[in-house]
Design a binder for this molecule. Structure first.
Ligand SMILES: [Zn+2]
Length: 301
């Protein structure tokens, strides 16, 4: 009997990672295709999957992609990339392309929505129905699961751009977001750290004041998200979170800022399991694509 296989694409700004895995996420084949024009990149992905037929039967394809994009199957624009500065990609019909080239059920969503789904199935959020996943790195993005479902709203949340209070005397840096200046991403992304301090995060020592300020901004965002959504757990990933000193500082600041409000044992007694690191270190993107592939197959059955 041939194996049931899943195809996943982690679509990023510099490369598209394509992989084929069995139902336990064991990867049987993987390739990386540079992000150039949509036609060239997507053709490369389709050819890769077509070449893997000897491995077994691929049952579905999950695409966890950079945004903004339209993930709503009922919408006219479903499956398209929306306004993006990446040359040629604005308006690209990603799902339409693969529908023509591969006869498979397809699920298409943001990289962070894929990641939060993967965390809920296989990572740090296993078994929880209300979950937020943040990636804090080159950019800041978040995926939300509420009552067991991915939250899309009119497209998808953009919690990297929530507004944070900034004290200009403590932090005169105006932020780097081209739209908002001092939003969460503008103040706390990897490029914001580099611009503010003149050194990349991985060049700053663990005791540098950059980290107390970073923890403060992340904690402000997490308090806002906790008040808005009451998630059962918040999961943090991305390059900035590789700084090990950061997580305990974030928890301390979070407790200080929340100041005893929302008295649930989840927060009051178990903060170390309320704000946690990703359970899929380095794999959240591709596993996100597989999680979407599993969802596509379920929806098709
Ligand atoms: Zn912004």
């Amino acid at each position: 009997m041939t194996q049931t296989l899943f195809a996943g694409i982690e679509g990023g700004g510099t490369k598209f990672v394509c992989a084929v895995a069995d139902e336990n996420n064991h990867i049987l084949a993987e390739t990386r295709i540079p992000t150039t024009s949509p036609d060239q990149t997507l053709s490369g992905c389709a050819e890769f999957f077509q070449q893997q037929s000897s491995l077994g039967t691929i049952r579905s394809l999950g695409i966890a992609c950079f945004g903004p994009l339209d993930p709503r199957p009922t919408s006219k624009g479903y499956g398209h990339i929306l306004a993006t500065p990446k040359p040629g990609w604005a308006g690209a019909d990603v799902v339409g392309f693969f529908k023509q080239r591969l006869d498979l059920p397809i699920a298409f969503d943001t990289d962070v929505n894929g990641a939060v789904l993967a965390e809920s199935l296989w990572g740090a959020g296993k078994g929880l129905k209300n979950l937020v996943y943040f990636t804090i790195g080159t950019g800041i993005g978040a995926g939300v699961i509420a009552e067991g479902n991915l939250v899309h709203g009119f497209l998808h949340p953009e919690m990297g751009h929530i507004m944070l209070a900034r004290d200009p005397e403590q932090d005169p840096f105006p932020g780097i977001c081209p739209f908002h200046g001092a939003c969460f991403e503008g103040l706390a992304s990897g490029p914001a750290i580099e611009k503010r301090w003149g050194l990349r995060g991985d060049q700053l020592p663990p005791k540098h004041p950059a980290w107390a300020l970073e923890a403060h901004y992340i904690a402000l965002a997490l308090v806002s998200v906790t008040c808005a959504l009451a998630p059962e757990r918040i999961i943090l990933g991305g390059g900035v979170m590789a700084q090990e000193q950061l997580l305990p500082m974030i928890r301390d600041k979070f407790a200080l800022l929340l100041n005893g409000y929302m008295q649930t044992p989840l927060i009051a007694q178990h903060l170390e399991s309320y704000i946690v690191l990703t359970g899929l270190e380095g794999k959240a993107g591709l596993y996100g694509a597989f999680a979407l592939a599993h969802q596509a197959l379920e929806a098709a059955q």
